[in-house]
Design a protein around this ligand. Structure first.
Ligand SMILES: *Cc1c(COP(=O)(O)O)cnc(C)c1O
Length: 378
């Protein structure tokens, strides 16, 4: 069966690898029945903080809720401008809007797809000059597994007195300049959606920060703004808690996560080597490692992309398009945009194509995917 479809993501194969530890941890939760913020959540928070070198970790209900809690803690709302890349998942822009703030879209680097610091500076200056909104925050996104340029973003944030939030939803496990991602910004939000590099069996997320004050606020906000006791309400919060079953799953997966990161890296290198002369393969951010949530190639134009995608599908090779539309072109957000061009984001959306990259791909699978891509573009 040479054309049996290859899975884009294989959570069943992963489950077989961790089955014993996973069952044991789930059984423990079923025994103690502390289903929300139980002991597994505290254990996970400590393990995650250790893993990424952050001081505080607060487990929350999703990556989107992590972003929202971080923005709520800074009192970001109506009249505030929040700068973020146009080429990212919708949640990054949705959160400022939910809080009444205005997302200001920034273009990305054409080689690494990460937010472009030079364009960010231009956008901040333009907002100041227009005088309608108050620049308040930057959300830097670590796109596809690779890091954004955190030293540059931090410098821009400090010079402009802006809160800097790292949307690490796709890149937990990546590193920059020898340091794991998780403590590069004022706060970091990540996601454990099942398809992320470290994924739960439902929704989940986490916040990281070096500030004790922020960590305390995050704990309060995730539980309805509670104070010292559950029945003291200090502020308007939300139901943003992580549940113990998800934490148990994540603890079992964290044990094998370093091996999985190595496996993803190995596959990325094979793709680079075999496909690099035929298509545009992703350029590495200098002095970094990637969590390889997504391995995206660029084709010459949209027609070529559609043709290659169809040919791969016929060969049993699934692909995905992240993202077919930059956020400033989305019906829900276009009214928020000032109309300026974001040429790189617009160009990428028409030509990008993600290949399968997960730790349970066999060498044979990877070889088949490469053969199929080379055949499709020739
Ligand atoms: C997945 C993702 C989110 C949202 O995470 P959820 O856990 O699905 O809420 C936010 N930002 C980016 C960049 C993402 O990829």
């Amino acid at each position: 069966m040479p054309n049996a479809p290859i899975p884009f993501l294989d959570l069943k194969a992963q489950q077989r690898r961790i089955a014993t530890d996973l069952r044991r941890r789930l059984d423990t939760v079923l025994e103690h029945c502390q289903f929300i913020l139980g002991p597994e959540v505290r254990e996970l928070e400590a393990e995650l903080a250790r893993f990424c070198g952050a001081t505080y970790c607060v487990g929350v209900s999703s990556g989107t809720d992590a972003l929202q809690i971080a923005m709520m803690a800074e009192d970001i709302g109506p009249g505030d401008a929040v700068f973020l890349p146009a080429f990212t998942y919708t949640a990054t822009a949705e959160v400022p809007l939910l809080l009444g703030a205005t997302p200001v879209f920034v273009d990305v680097d054409p080689r690494t797809f990460q937010i472009d610091p030079a364009h960010l500076v231009q956008r901040i200056e333009a907002v100041r000059a227009a005088g309608r909104l108050k620049p308040r925050a930057i959300i830097g996104v670590d796109l596809f597994g690779q890091p954004a340029d955190w030293p540059a973003l931090l410098d821009i944030a400090r010079r402009n007195d802006l809160f800097l939030l790292d949307d690490l939803a796709q890149s937990f496990g990546g590193s920059l300049h020898g340091k794991m991602l998780g403590s590069q910004a004022d706060a970091t939000a990540t996601s454990f959606f099942p398809s992320k590099p470290l994924g739960a069996y439902g929704d989940g997320g986490a916040l990281f920060t070096e500030s004790e004050e922020r960590a305390e606020l995050y704990r309060s906000l995730r539980t309805h703004g509670e104070g010292k006791t559950r029945y003291e309400v200090l502020r308007t919060g939300m139901n943003g808690r992580l549940d113990s079953i998800q934490a148990a799953v994540l603890l079992a997966k964290l044990a094998v996560f370093p091996e999985e990161l190595s496996a993803r890296e190995r596959i990325a290198r094979i793709y680079d080597q075999r496909l690099g002369n035929a298509v545009t393969t992703p350029k590495r951010v200098p002095d970094s490692t990637s969590a390889w949530a997504i391995y995206a190639i660029l084709l010459s134009d949209e027609a070529a992309r559609d043709r290659v995608q169809a040919a791969l599908k016929a060969d049993g090779v699934p692909t995905a398009i992240y993202y077919p539309r930059p956020l400033h072109r989305q019906p829900a957000y276009s009214a928020q945009h000032d109309g300026s061009g974001l040429p790189v984001s617009e160009d990428l959306a028409g030509r990008i194509l993600a290949l399968p990259i997960h730790p349970d791909l066999t060498d044979e699978d990877v070889g088949r995917i490469c053969d199929a891509v080379l055949a499709a573009v020739s």
